[in-house]
Design a protein around this ligand. Structure first.
Ligand code: DGY
Length: 324
C-alpha cells in the first residue's frame, strides 16, 4: 500500500474531516471552496490516486475518461450519486462509493420541516411579521392545513422515507402509504407504520401530503409531471427533498398557479442553484437551498464516511459503500 495516497477533495469540508484527511492522506484541500470546472476535475483525476467530490461536481464520462488518469476511486460526499456517470466509471474499472445511513435522520427531519412549514404557512408568516404587516391575532388570520391525522404518501420507500414515515406515523398520527418498485417486507413496512399501495398513482390519489424519496435516475426524471400532478388532490401538498429533476418544475408552477394542488415544499430544484423564477413569487411554496443533510453532525459524518471508503480502498480492503 502507498503510505500516503494523494487525494483531491473538491470542496471545503468540515474542519474535523480535513484534519482526518490530512492524517491519512496527502490531501489537496479547497480552502476557498471554489467549485472545480471539468478541466480541473480532469486534472484532479490525473494527479491524484483518489477523488472526493460532492453532489454538485459533475463527474461525467468525459471527465472520467481523461487520458493519463491516475485515480482509481471516486468517493462521493453524498448519498445521491447522480452527479457521477457510474456506468462509465464501471466500464473504466473505477470504484465509486457514497455516504448512506449517516444523513438519514437529518434529511428526514428536513422533509418533515418542509411539510410542517408549508402546511402551517410558516415561511409566509415569517415574511408577514418581518415585513411589518402583522396587525394582531384574529380568528381567520393565516389559516393553514392540519397535519396530524392526515394521510402522507411516500414515493419511494428507502431509508429516508422510512425515517419520515416513523416520525409522521408515530409522532403525528398520520396514516402513511407508499409506493416503491422494490417494496420492503411487510414487517419493515409495519415497523415504520406504513401501508403499501400498488402504484404511484394510487398514492397520489389518496394522499394529503406527497413526499418524494426516490433517487434521480432516467426512470424517475419528471416522475411528477403534469399528468401525475393532476392526480393529486386540490388540497394536497408536494414535498421534495430527493432530487430536483424528479419534478417537472414548469408543470409544478402551472399546478400551483392553477390551484390544482395546495402548495409545495422544495429543498431541491431541477437546475440548482437556479430556481424557476415563478416559484419565487408564489406564497404557497417553501424554498430551501438543498439543506437536507446540512447539520454539523451529519456533514462531519459524511466526510468521515467518504474518507473511510478511501482508506479501506487504499488498504486493499472492501470499501464500505460501493456503488460500482
Ligand atoms: C445527498 O447526500 O445526496 C444530498 O443530496 C446532499 O446531502
Amino acid at each position: 500500500m502507498n503510505p500516503r495516497p494523494r487525494i483531491v477533495i473538491t470542496r471545503k469540508i468540515p474542519a474535523a474531516c480535513e484534519v482526518e484527511a490530512q492524517t491519512h492522506f496527502d490531501a489537496v484541500l479547497n480552502p476557498d471552496d471554489r467549485p472545480l470546472n471539468a478541466e480541473q476535475l480532469k486534472e484532479a483525476l490525473r494527479s491524484a490516486d483518489g477523488l472526493l467530490p460532492t453532489v454538485t461536481d459533475k463527474i461525467d464520462a468525459d471527465v472520467l475518461g481523461v487520458a493519463g488518469r491516475r485515480a482509481q476511486i471516486v468517493a462521493n460526499f453524498g448519498v445521491g450519486f447522480n452527479n457521477i456517470d457510474v456506468q462509465a466509471a464501471k466500464g473504466l474499472g473505477i470504484t465509486v462509493t457514497n455516504t448512506p445511513d449517516v444523513l438519514t435522520d437529518d434529511t428526514a427531519d428536513l422533509a418533515v420541516t418542509l411539510l410542517l412549514m408549508v402546511a402551517r404557512r410558516a415561511a409566509e408568516g415569517d415574511r408577514h411579521v418581518r415585513g411589518g404587516h402583522w396587525t394582531g391575532w384574529r380568528p381567520t388570520h393565516m389559516l393553514g392545513a392540519r397535519v396530524s391525522g392526515k394521510t402522507l404518501g411516500l414515493i419511494g420507500f428507502g431509508r429516508i422515507a422510512k425515517a419520515v414515515a416513523r416520525r409522521m406515523h408515530h409522532g403525528f398520527g398520520m396514516r402513511v402509504i407508499f409506493s416503491d418498485p422494490f417494496p420492503p417486507t411487510p414487517e419493515e413496512a409495519r415497523a415504520a407504520g406504513a401501508e403499501p399501495r400498488a402504484s404511484v398513482e394510487a398514492v397520489l390519489a389518496e394522499a394529503d401530503f406527497v413526499s418524494l424519496h426516490c433517487p434521480a435516475t432516467p426512470e424517475t426524471r419528471h416522475l411528477m409531471d403534469a399528468t401525475r400532478l393532476s392526480l393529486m388532490q386540490r388540497s394536497a401538498f408536494l414535498i421534495n427533498s430527493a432530487r430536483g429533476d424528479v419534478v417537472d418544475e414548469a408543470a409544478l408552477v402551472a399546478a400551483l398557479k392553477a390551484g390544482t394542488i395546495a402548495g409545495a415544499g422544495l429543498d431541491v430544484f431541477e437546475r440548482e442553484p437556479q430556481v424557476t423564477a415563478d416559484l419565487l413569487t408564489l406564497e404557497n411554496v417553501v424554498l430551501l437551498p438543498h439543506l437536507g443533510s446540512a447539520t454539523m453532525e451529519t456533514r462531519v459524518a459524511m466526510g468521515l464516511r467518504a474518507l473511510e471508503n478511501l482508506r479501506l480502498f487504499f488498504a486493499g480492503q472492501p470499501v464500505r459503500d460501493r456503488v460500482v
